[in-house]
Design a protein around this ligand. Structure first.
Ligand code: FAD
Length: 622
């Protein structure tokens, strides 16, 4: 890889952190570690493929957009890279409440990966080794390094596994089944066995990707246009104003009975159905077209999103058309879509099945409880999606660095962030299907908004050492203007009427802005010191104020449970009255707090109450 010194640290002795896998998780992990002053070695199959966007070109969207903002607020890289290569950005759910609004941007795929590679190359204390890791070196219950496929060993006291879909990876297109982590890339052969030998429970999941088609073969006049936002939008709080490049439209078409008939007629050639080759569970929220046609047979059509993969890329992504049917069937199905009559399919879709490690093995720091110094993040933990992977990678990288420094780990609570919700869900509930972040998973979503990620997390990022002086100064200035704007609204009389709305005598601008029918645009002149973005945030803060205060009570109740810690070595058999099932669940999950115990699925209120009494008695007698 150009510009990256790859062999400098081959001894491994200098590296305090080894990161295995250069996907979205491994990239953020390695970067965070190096930026926190802890030398990191990124070992990855092919360094040219660092941060490959293996499936859709989209970053963000509902709930995932919040994750990207949080990564940025903490000092991670995903938002900044996306903003520089964003070719179609749009706010989702703009007509709905602020807690579900989120940005979604399509990235120029090659440019995204190039910027990630350049970021790695420019980072001091971060080196890349092109190799496959086959085994872990474990001594006395602690990880000590890794063994490579070519027989070399590299030692370090912290190892982060971020191996994505590569563990025992198998790809499927009809009856064409290959041992691959992604199409054309060798799987990680030995690592699954190594993890199983160490006692980690592994299981299979599956995901898939749709075909890619030639731009020049499409007739866009037969499709419905989806225009990008006319005004500049960015994920990063540090982004310069304006888009980095031209904004391109996307297109929508619908499947029809001819498409569905082709699926039904070829089910016997499907590795999911007739051939029954795929055993792993697929993503519920991103089903294959086969699943849509069979399981939702009552729907006469399904939407298909036709999206560019880059400014100069010849390919378009056919979103919503994920399939593992044979290539000839895929091509025939594509031809049934409006505007696709002369389509040239450049790459067929496929499914991939892979091993994941049950994330209940992890502490909320993402360190495994079984092996000290070993961290797991990304799709290896059963998640799906670039954003979920990057968020976990950032936390794993931070915590490996914290461990190397002898500092306490970062554990983000559910009330602080979607990242906290994601990790808590993984480590307390485990995974039985690919986990995707959704706003409905966050019980405190009124507080965990897209707009306020900086208020929630930038002070934490600064304390850790990931937010540089420039970003910190910009944040404190932004916060001061926001607080100033809110105070100004609270102390300034509103006009008696705004448009056709009559306000009560003595109403303030804050009272007016709390109303659903008054927007900041109606009183914009009253805030001459604020830029548009901050003015919009003043309105959101005021409108959400009542909801946030009510949510705060729930957060405080939950915090009381979180403050009750469960000893790591608690002998659950000593709590005699626990049900057998409850004892097994607690023993397997080993919650760190009473709050985490309460969230274990299927643990009865009686068992939680028994644990609570035991812990309080224990605390009183200690
Ligand atoms: C076919 C397919 C379809 C997908 N569909 C979707 C989708 O519809 N929606 C969605 O949100 N997400 C989808 N994804 C998932 C998305 O790509 C991942 O969730 C995300 O990239 C995971 O990031 P990661 O960092 O965990 O792993 P990856 O991005 O998979 O990266 C893993 C990296 O680790 C390296 N590696 C693996 N094992 C080793 C080893 N032993 N030694 C050295 N290096 C190793 C690999 O070379 C690779 O660079 C899909 C992925 C694939 C492959």
């Amino acid at each position: 890889m150009r510009g990256v010194p790859m062999s400098k640290v081959l001894r491994g002795d200098d590296a305090a952190v080894i990161v295995v896998g250069g996907g979205h998780a491994g990239f953020e992990a390695a970067l965070a570690s190096a930026r926190l002053g802890v030398p990191a070695l990124l070992i990855t199959g092919d360094p040219q493929r660092i941060c490959t966007l293996a499936c859709n070109p989209s970053i963000g969207g509902s709930a995932k957009g919040q994750l990207v903002r949080e990564i940025d607020a903490l000092g991670g890289a995903m938002a900044r890279i996306t903003d520089r290569v964003s070719l179609h950005a749009r706010f989702l759910n703009e007509s709905k409440g602020p807690s579900v609004r989120a940005l979604r941007a399509l990235a120029d795929k090659p440019a995204y990966a190039r910027l990630a590679r350049e970021t790695v190359a420019a980072q001091r204390g971060l080196d890349v080794v092109p190799a496959m890791v086959e085994d872990l070196i474990v001594e006395g219950g602690a990880v000590r390094g890794v063994a490579l496929a070519d027989g070399r060993t590299l030692r370090a006291p912290n190892v982060i596994l971020a191996t994505g879909t590569f563990l025992g990876g198998k790809t499927f297109r009809g009856d064409d089944v290959r041992s691959e982590g992604r199409i054309g890339e060798a799987p990680a052969a030995g690592l699954s066995a190594a993890l199983a030998r160490l006692g980690f429970p592994l299981a299979r999941l599956k995901t898939g990707t749709p075909p890619r088609v030639a731009r020049t073969s499409l007739d866009f006049s037969a499709m419905t246009i989806q225009p990008p936002s006319p005004s500049p939008l960015a994920f990063s709080y540090t982004a310069p104003r304006g888009f980095a490049g031209p904004q391109l439209p996307c297109w929508i078409v619908e499947t029809n009975q001819r498409t569905h008939a082709l699926v039904r007629d070829n089910l016997h050639r499907s590795p999911l159905y007739g051939l029954a080759l795929i055993k792993g569970i697929g993503p519920r929220y991103c089903p294959s077209i086969e699943d849509k046609v069979i399981k939702f047979a009552h729907n006469p059509t399904h939407q298909v999103f036709v999206e560019p993969e880059g400014w100069d890329e010849p390919t378009y992504y056919v979103g919503g058309f994920t399939t593992s049917l044979p290539a000839d069937v895929q091509e025939a199905m594509l031809r049934t879509l409006p505007g696709f009559e002369a389509v040239v399919m450049l790459r067929a879709g496929y499914a991939v099945e892979y091993d994941f490690v049950q994330p209940t093995e992890l502490d909320a720091s993402l360190e495994t409880r079984r092996i000290a110094g070993l961290f797991h993040c990304g799709q290896l933990n059963g998640t799906s999606g670039y954003e979920e992977a990057a968020a976990q990678g950032l936390v794993a990288g931070i915590n490996a660095a914290q461990r190397a420094h002898g500092r306490p780990p970062l554990r983000l609570g559910r009330e602080t962030s979607y990242i906290g919700v994601l990790i808590d869900d993984l480590v307390t509930r485990g995974v039985d299907e690919p986990y995707r972040m959704l706003t409905s998973r966050a019980e405190h979503r009124v507080v965990l908004r897209h707009d306020n990620a900086d208020l929630r997390l930038t002070p934490t990022g600064r304390e850790l050492g990931l937010v540089d002086d420039g970003a910190w100064d910009a944040f404190t200035a932004r916060r001061a203007y926001l607080e100033g704007g809110i105070a100004h609204a609270a102390h300034t009389r509103a006009p008696k009427t705004i448009g056709r709305i009559n306000l009560s005598a003595g109403a303030t601008l804050a009272d007016a802005l709390r109303r659903p029918d008054v927007t900041i645009g109606d009183v914009r002149d009253a805030f001459p010191d604020l830029d548009d973005a901050t003015a919009a945030r003043v309105e959101i803060e005021l409108k959400m104020d009542g909801y946030v205060r009510r949510q705060q009570e729930a957060i405080e109740r939950a915090a009381r449970d979180e403050a009750v810690t469960v000893p790591a070595d608690l002998d659950y058999s000593a709590i005699r009255a626990l049900s057998r099932e409850g004892r097994e669940k607690l023993d397997r999950t080993r919650p760190r707090t009473l709050g985490a115990a309460r969230r274990i699925p299927g643990l009865t209120p009686t068992d939680v109450a028994l644990l609570s009494v035991h812990l309080h008695r224990h605390a009183a007698s200690a």
